[in-house]
Design a binder for this molecule. Structure first.
Ligand SMILES: NC(=O)c1ccc[n+]([C@@H]2O[C@H](COP(=O)([O-])OP(=O)(O)OC[C@H]3O[C@@H](n4cnc5c(N)ncnc54)[C@H](O)[C@@H]3O)[C@@H](O)[C@H]2O)c1
Length: 368
């Protein structure tokens, strides 16, 4: 039988341009045994997602360095993991406030020092917080971004930006350090940075303004990094989980969600494990939502099943590749558009640049 012709490379596909892997088929199994012997650093690993990743990955023989501000929870988690770990398995908890650059520098150094190979294979930027104030209650003690008060005074305080400090500055510190330390892993070994955004990175959560801004920013970080990190052999992926019942969610938030479907911690662990274990997943964003009943609809399409009747071939799915097709072309367009603009700027030269700046400042327009 004649071999079918190889499909022509799509010049508009960012997949080829940035070595991004094709959309992840989350219905396919993956091999978690590849985690054995990997050294993985997790920030915010004392609770919730991070602790669940640590439990699962330690059970597969991974070496773990966990940083968090909740020392009691972190120490007790590591004691629990040690009880069933192999004697040579590295399991360390170290105090690390992700908003502190020295803390993060020290955490990465400790990971390299403790790692049996002297290097780090995986990093999870997991630490995160939400706004705790009430977005509808304007009072002097309720520090919420959306409700400024008493700003007439010259000594009025700046807005509360603590969520940005943890969820954005902290994550940027972690990513920056990961981009330094992961490439120091030996050639051919895995080098993976997993970012944790949220469903709030894809659409807004009113009342969680800073949180929404921070998680959109993490999506931006992911999209920018996946275009460059691969040149150093670093895979970058991101999770965007829907609401999961962890200590992160304020009680009021949980009350609002009462009765509504939530995502399950086990599905977040599954999605994170797939990205960490499968070196073929590169530059992908996975949404983790409530489990849905789905059927293969033919031609690679999946349709959801409703109603009480069970259909032949139906299965449950919670994890979805979110940027399967859409942003790839947008990003490819922007890359090309900017490179065209750069060429134009180059042709105009410095004189054109100075004239434009002069025009912007003093209202003069440069002749076209
Ligand atoms: N639970 C959800 O519904 C949900 C949904 C989407 C995304 N997320 C994201 O997942 C990540 C983990 O959240 P979680 O649900 O496991 O919450 P969690 O509160 O259980 O865990 C967050 C951890 O981060 C730690 N942390 C907080 N501030 C820190 C700091 N300055 N330095 C170091 N560690 C710090 C906390 O002590 C805690 O252990 C967060 O980034 C969160 O935004 C959670």
């Amino acid at each position: 039988m004649a071999t079918p012709p190889k499909p022509e490379a799509d010049p508009w596909s960012v997949i080829e341009m940035i070595n991004q892997s094709p959309p992840v088929d989350c219905s396919k199994p993956y091999d978690a045994t590849t985690l054995a012997g990997k050294t993985i650093l997790i920030t915010g690993g004392a609770s919730g997602f991070g602790a669940a990743f640590a439990r699962h990955w330690a059970s597969h023989g991974a070496h773990l360095i966990i940083g968090d501000v909740n020392d009691a929870a972190g120490e007790s988690l590591v004691a629990e993991l040690r009880a069933s770990a192999k004697p040579d398995q590295v399991l360390i908890y170290q105090h690390c406030d992700v908003t502190s650059w020295p803390d993060q520098l020290a955490l990465f150094k400790s990971a390299r020092r403790a790692s049996p190979t002297g290097s780090i294979d995986g990093v999870v930027a997991g630490a995160g917080i939400v706004e705790r104030g009430d977005p509808l209650n304007a009072s002097a003690t309720n520090a919420v971004f959306d409700l400024p008060h008493n700003l007439d005074s010259d000594s009025a305080p700046p807005p509360p930006l603590g969520v940005l400090a943890v969820n954005l500055t902290g994550v940027m510190y972690t990513a920056h350090l990961a981009l330094y330390h992961l490439p120091r892993n030996k050639r051919g070994a895995d080098r993976h940075l997993l970012l944790i955004s949220s469903i709030a990175g894809l659409f807004p959560l009113p009342g969680q303004t800073e949180y929404t801004a921070s998680k959109h920013a993490v999506m931006g970080l992911f999209r920018a990094l996946r275009g460059t990190a691969w040149t150093k052999g670093v895979r970058v992926n991101v999770l965007a989980p829907y609401f999961v019942d962890t200590p992160l969610l304020p009680k009021a938030g949980l009350a609002l969600l009462a009765g509504a479907a939530k995502a399950e911690l086990e599905d977040v662990v599954d999605a994170a494990t797939r990205t960490m274990a499968d070196a073929e997943v590169r530059g992908r964003a996975l949404v983790v939502g409530p489990k849905m009943r789905v059927l293969d609809g033919g031609e690679g399409r999946i349709r959801t099943v409703e109603g009480d009747m069970k259909r032949d071939g139906e299965r449950k799915q919670a994890v979805w590749d979110v940027y399967g097709d859409d942003y790839e072309r947008v990003e490819a367009f922007m890359w090309r558009y900017l490179s065209v603009l750069n060429v134009m700027t180059g042709v105009q030269g410095w004189i054109g640049f100075v004239k434009d700046i002069f025009g912007i400042c003093f209202g003069a327009r440069r002749e076209q």
